[in-house]
Design a protein around this ligand. Sequence first.
Ligand code: F6P
Length: 580
Amino acid sequence: MSPPAATKRRPSNRSTVRDASPAKGPRGAKGGAKPSVKAVRDFRPDRTDAWKRLVGYAKRSDATTLRMLFAKDPKRATKLSIEALDMRVDFSKQRVDDAILGDLLALAEAADVRGRAKAMFAGDRINITEDRAVLHSALRAPRNASIRVDGTNVVGDVHETLARMAAFAKRVRDRRWLGHSGRAITSIVNIGIGGSDLGPAMAYEALRSFSDRNLTFRFVSNVDPTDFSEAIRGLDPATTLFIVSSKTFTTLETMSNAKAARAWCLKAFKGDQKATARHFVAVSTNAEEVSKFGIDTANMFGFWDWVGGRYSMDSAIGLSTMIAIGQSGFAELLGGFRDMDQHFISAPPSRNLPMLMGLVGIWNANFLGAGSVAVLPYDQYLSRFSAYLQQLEMESNGKSVTLDGKPVHWNTCPVIWGQPGTNGQHAFYQMIHQGSWIVPCDFIGFCEPINPVGDQHDQLIANMFAQAEALAFGKTSGEVAAEGVADWLVPHKVFAGNRPSTTILCEALTPRMLGRLIALYEHKVFVQGTIWNVNSFDQWGVELGKVLAKRIIGELAEAKPKLGHDGSTNALIEWYRKRR
Ligand code: F6P
């Protein structure tokens, strides 16, 4: 993309940044000293000139269709596509033109996205409500890099952990990690939830073709005992290893499942506690709780409070991934993340993939009124990718107060959803093509098939191209009528078109490419969170439900609980208690 003229404009009301008083130590749930970083911004995107102009463009946008934009500029596809890192990302089917893009870039400049990205990569405590640095980029930094948190270079610790993970993974892969009875471990069960499950589960599916096929991998997350029961079905405790993954090691679901796993394992070994050491390892930041659970901290792989749960799959949380694909495969995955980090931090905004992904998302959500985004990978191996992105995007940017604690007056994170094509085509695409909502789509496909069978891969990718084309250009009533369709039927067969999508066409689904794709979305989330001026790195919204659940668990156990909820909740509890 050539940089539109508007990017050179100096925004009149730049973000104002004020220094807060220095931190006095970690901030507890009740909050301590004021945040230490230059992060409490009173930036209001809707007060920028760029935003105001974008509102004006949006009012006229129905009059400018994708058909018109393509007709006006035969080079549009080339101009609005970026080739980088073995992928071609085509934004030309987004409803943007030079003026819109120029002001989106001006908005990013007003929000100081680049400055804030540098602050994040440098280890500033930009997660102000938890007074933490946000350094998932350090997890993939090369050994010789220096990234300091409180004066300590954290890269050394990262590589030390990677080396321990590699040694452990190798022992399992070489069948040298033996269970309590002396038989080699061949089944690995990751127990975790949220960021301690979605990344490992998604990556295992995505990279299955690179995995040791003689090892069995299962993932348990839900507190619903069905999840655990089904996961261990057919497994032999003597050859099963549990990886208990939890940043805090206090999460209800994970601890309940870990206890169930321990009971299942110890039953097989007639209560011999020593079995735990051979069948359980932990991934956590909380050594004390790990040890209380009975796992030897020698078998614990640590990470740090500056790694958010949803940004942790490339930390020790990826231990199951490393066991599956080996140390070199994991190094490739990290290399992919790093490629995108470098691209994000160095490519000019108008050619910067995460920046543009973030900005077209802002255009669609804040100006075209799209309340959701469908992520549609045309690759069965990416069957868990949308679920992974749901946490990444929605837990990060599903916020409605700004960094300085004021209500937002603009929409923030849309709903993220989707599943692999072509399956979705026979289910929900009807709504995307002809429904009343605009659903911007991300199509993701790969040129090289992993499992070539006849021309099926061509069929797959042809479908992806066709869907994006149909969404963008539709079919007019004139075109339908010209096919000889009866007048009364014509309106039903019309496709309005003008429905936006981005196509991400990659060379091949390798560990490296997966790392690039994930980091692309991580930084897209950062761009959007910065413009919306929310804290993308906390998740207070999950707390209230957890507290209430704890109280209700107690009430379900008591003989005659005194219920003090609202009428509806009290009645539901009583009805359940009578019938369970
Ligand atoms: O409840 C939300 C959450 O805190 C997520 O942010 C996190 O990924 C998940 O729970 C699991 O947390 P932990 O790894 O501490 O068990």
